[in-house]
Design a protein around this ligand. Structure first.
Ligand SMILES: [Zn+2]
Length: 113
């Protein structure tokens, strides 16, 4: 892990955030040193796209019970310098998770533990 961390710290000079997919979590390291692991299930559950959340009302359409227990991204990529996109193993890939939202998820996760 220390080599990975070193690599991440180097990359952080270019970006506000770095990510690693570990087991069942997305590990995020922020430029200010905050780190958190977000479970894939929670991430998929929080998908902000128009299929999962009603754009007009902000109401959640996606049912948590419809999400596979073995949900995980087959890959993920940065969108510009403001967001992450996941390609989930349920075929869903339209969610753009902006950094502000990811930060809130991290803070929420940390406050729970
Ligand atoms: Zn979605």
């Amino acid at each position: 892990m220390s080599n990975t961390l070193e690599f991440l710290m180097q990359n952080l000079r270019k970006r506000r955030i770095e990510k690693v997919l570990v087991e069942n979590d997305l590990y995020l390291l922020w430029k200010d040193g905050m780190e958190a692991r977000l479970p894939y299930f929670d991430l998929r559950d929080a998908c902000p796209c128009a299929l999962c959340v009603n754009e007009l009302t902000g109401e959640k359409i996606l049912k948590s019970s419809d999400i596979r227990q073995d949900i995980q991204p087959s890959r993920s990529e940065f969108v510009g310098n403001y967001a992450l996109r996941f390609y989930w193993n349920d075929g869903h890939d339209s969610g753009i998770y902006n950094f502000r939202m990811l930060r809130e998820l991290c803070e929420h996760t940390l406050s729970k533990s």
